[in-house]
Write a protein that binds this ligand. Structure first.
Ligand SMILES: [Zn+2]
Ligand SMILES: [Zn+2]
Length: 318
């Protein structure tokens, strides 16, 4: 006997036990850390620590190999200040991207009481995530690393040990931008330093021995070039995602937009939290927005569908 999807969903609708409210226990209260968001993922934590160490290494070479031994005082002071401000902003953006809740949907809220409290119009469809027992808003996806459903999830980035979603995309974009800028700045300084050392005596251009100096500079060159390419591609992709209002997962799945798109400048304003201002570049300024539930509508009867998305967040891992 054939059942049309409508019949099957009607069945689900008649059986509230399908929702397993007894399994949907709210998550345990957080301890003394309060509401701080932090993903306990070994690989992600290791990648985040590597990121900081790479920035510290670059800063060390810039300061102690190139700028401090230089006899051009003004050149050293200006470049030292610019590089350190950019490096500080990169690390601050990294911390904000890592420690900001990317837009997690409350865990275990797929209870009958909650669905009733939503006061859905007849015909609305709500999706339930089978893994975290939550009612999934439109465009939310389950991340297997964060073990949560994330609103407008773009991808899970191990370098910031967090998902990139609605609430922390700004910090992620700033992080890629500042890393690209310090990489470019370091490359330019290495170029000038090599020119200077070729013209002058090699023993005079650094406080380290010439072989050590060359090795430290070449390693910095590799690091800066690699990260300049990686972060500028990521920055471009993110800005493109924001301007087309399509997340990385939606692009991968080639989804037809069911949402009303916020394009170009309006998309940038939405992602960066308001009209253009210097705060767009400030990783310390927050985003003021009230999260919408964003549930989708369809014809006849409230329907709860169980969505299966085991692969999407895996595919989107970079
Ligand atoms: Zn989920
Ligand atoms: Zn995640």
């Amino acid at each position: 006997m054939m059942f049309s999807p409508v019949h099957r969903f009607r069945d689900i609708e008649r059986k509230p036990e399908y929702l397993h409210p007894e399994k949907c226990i709210p998550p345990p209260r957080l301890g003394s850390l309060g509401t701080m968001w932090f993903i306990r993922d070994g690989c992600g934590i290791a990648c985040a620590v590597i990121t900081w160490l790479l920035v510290v290494y670059a800063d060390f070479v810039v300061l102690f190999v190139m700028l401090i031994p230089s006899r051009n005082y003004i050149y050293s002071v200006i470049n030292g200040i610019v590089f350190n401000i950019l490096a500080f902003l990169a690390l601050a953006s990294h911390f904000r991207a890592m420690l900001t809740d990317p837009g997690a949907v409350p865990k275990g809220n797929a209870t009958k009481e909650f669905i009733e409290s939503l006061q859905l119009k007849p015909g609305q469809v709500v999706y339930k995530c089978p893994k975290c027992c939550s009612i999934k808003p439109d465009r939310a996806h389950h991340c297997s690393v964060c073990k949560r459903c994330i609103r407008k999830m773009d991808h899970h980035c191990p370098w910031v040990n967090n998902c990139v979603g609605e609430n922390n995309q700004k910090y992620f974009v700033l992080f890629t931008m500042y890393i690209a800028l310090i990489s470019l700045h370091a490359l330019i300084m290495v170029g000038f330093h090599f020119l200077y050392c070729f013209e002058e005596d090699w023993t005079e251009c650094s406080s380290f021995t010439p072989p050590t100096t060359v090795i430290l500079l070449i390693l910095l060159c590799f690091e800066a070039l690699l990260f300049l390419i990686f972060t500028s591609v990521m920055f471009g992709t993110q800005v493109h995602s924001i301007c087309t209002d399509e997340t990385g997962i939606e692009r991968l799945k080639n989804e037809n937009p069911t949402w009303e798109r916020t394009l170009n400048w309006a998309g940038m304003k939405a992602a960066f939290g308001g009209a253009f201002s210097p705060n767009w570049f400030n990783p310390f300024s927050g985003l003021s927005r009230s999260p919408s539930l964003g549930l989708s509508g369809e014809a006849s009867g409230i329907t709860v569908r169980c969505s299966e998305e085991t692969t999407s967040s895996e595919e989107a891992r970079t």
